[in-house]
Design a protein around this ligand. Sequence first.
Ligand code: GLC
Length: 740
Amino acid sequence: MRNLLAALFLTTTILGYAQQKTIDQKVDELLQKMTLEEKIGQLNQYTGDNTVTGPLTINANKQQEIKEGKIGSMLNVIGWKYTRQYQELAMQSRLKIPLLFGLDVIHGYKTTFPLPLAEAASWDLNAMELSARIAATEAAASGIHWTFAPMVDISRDPRWGRVMEGAGEDTYLGSRIAYARVKGFQGNKLGDLNSVMACAKHFAAYGAAVGGRDYNSVDMSDRMLWETYLPPFKATVDAGVATFMNSFNDINGIPATANKYIQRDILKGKWNFQGFVVSDWGSIGEMIAHGYCKDGKEAAEKAVLAGSDMDMESNAYRNHLAQLVNENKVPLSIVDEAVKRILRKKFELGLFDDPYKFCSKERQDKALSNPEHTKAAREVAAKSIVLLKNEKNILPLSKETKTIAFIGPMVKPKRINHGFWAIDLKDIDSTYIVSQWEGLQNKVGKKTKLLYAKGCGILDTDKSGFKEAIEVANQADVVILSIGERFDMSGEAKSRSNIHLPGVQEDLIKELQKTGKPIVILINAGRPLIFNWTADNMPTIVYTWWLGSEAGNAIADVLFGDYNPSGKLPMSFPREEGQIPIYYNHFSTGRPSINEDKVYKSAYIDLPNSPKFPFGYGLSYTTFKYGDLKLSKTKISSNETLEVSMTITNTGKFAGEEVVQLYLQDKFGSVVRPIMELKDFQKIKLEAGESKTLTFSIDNEKLSFYNQVLEFKSEPGEFNLMIGSSSADIRLNSTFELIP
Ligand code: GLC
């Protein structure tokens, strides 16, 4: 048997190598036939006109250029019919090299899932992989080969509008999620009809923009870059990500697009990345505005030499690369390497065998009407909801409630629930999106009377709607109030200097509170918001983010207890903007704020250091007891693994899920170490009264960090081990020692 298995393995390996060798051979053979202009065409990407996701600067006859082999990829072409039309033009080119079609399928194609930040609050890696899987299935069935996702930018600044697109502030959680999302998008293998190429973006450290202002500069030590911002990108490489997208920002003075250190030394060198790098929209040409290049020619030269393979929408390669090669400023080998990386993916996708393989009306229609997708969207949305307060146990509501007043600007609109980076499919109307009002209607029985009032707008200061809101509230047994920021107040180019609840919404809450009715507050947003008065004075608050196509049903499932909320915050919620950047895994400082000294400590004189709601926080309708912490050893060496076990018990009356979080503190190091760092977690479902024992493994990698000379290694010494329900709710403590 063993010999048979060995022979099988050997045969598979040889066949696999032969097949891989075949693709490499095909790439080389094709490259030999290509003119320089055709090679440069493969490095050129233009937008279609289905949607615009950046400043339009190019006025080209795209149809003609495709026929001439001057374009290798299009983005923002949506649907099997339109991608087929463009592909037919490419088949008229001399070498018939198929186009790649890319699109921002960030949290769903037609079936829209919660914003990525909301999904991160589920801490459910299977749910996030499923969400990406379904998005890929629908996109691939609609002619798309490539999604510009997952966005894996760590961010500790909720002023930055693009926090909605990522997985929050924590490197460990962000890395696990990045891995899951790539697996979800790419499925079993590229070339499958339900797989798309994923794209790790934005490389790198885009989420650390100064002031939380989009596109702003980033300046940090290489140690911080390696310790905090690069690991999620490395996780995507480990997951086999097909492409990377660079970022708009400069990093320590060098724009990412021309940053050889990150694109060649790290990504293509140390990490041996075999895919290709696409620039972000116009980022090559924007190096002129950066003041880093004096013209498009210099930008093209610096970008391609630094490892940017494909030029999205700046025309720099198309206009200048041939001349740069002819002037020996750019070696032809550099161009060939970029072209080969792109052609390899086109072969892997099977596009040379059948350029139209992803263009099928039947498959698109079937994929976009799959009830399993809708069901999954509802379940993932419910898991993403975070219960912030339920002090008087108003929740879950009874389905027999006689009269419910549903008030607020978010109650009836449909499209807003998709949030930013949703795909507005022109030939599909938005009636399939379940509004929050419809979700309530679907949930309650005929005996329940539903009342509605808008109450106020989101941004305006008009309070004339308050009167009607108070009137319907006074007729109700319970009031649900759905407020927040507008769906397009987070996302790209949506940084806010003030992240308080906008408009007069908090005034409306104060007026409704005077009715004395039980009030459930729903907060819809793509980022942490500041709502201190509401947080201090209202007993029931649910963070509903933007939950996608099934938002209304998911919210109703949670409000009425058909799903017990289990979400945990992936970002710290500040009390005031003045605390930003705010994150749980900060360094101690020499005068920690917990010091006894009333004056000389690292603290504000006007605000506590702590967030309003901490990283990892979220309530349930039930309660959980943590106990019975055991460590396999109290001393371990670097080649040993520490086994940790604990028992968790559901001590309430509802079945529910808990995210058990394991944090470590490396007490002393050759560089200062964070007061705590998430190193593992498990999300576990328990019936009322049920107990389970969980085990965690702490290997040397979890004890390692980047030292001053960027070596990733552990150092002997004492560690605190903490297990809890949030970063600020540690239930079990222990210590162990790493010995030399
Ligand atoms: C945008 C975004 C990027 C997106 C690209 C294509 O500017 O920065 O995330 O994938 O352009 O739409």
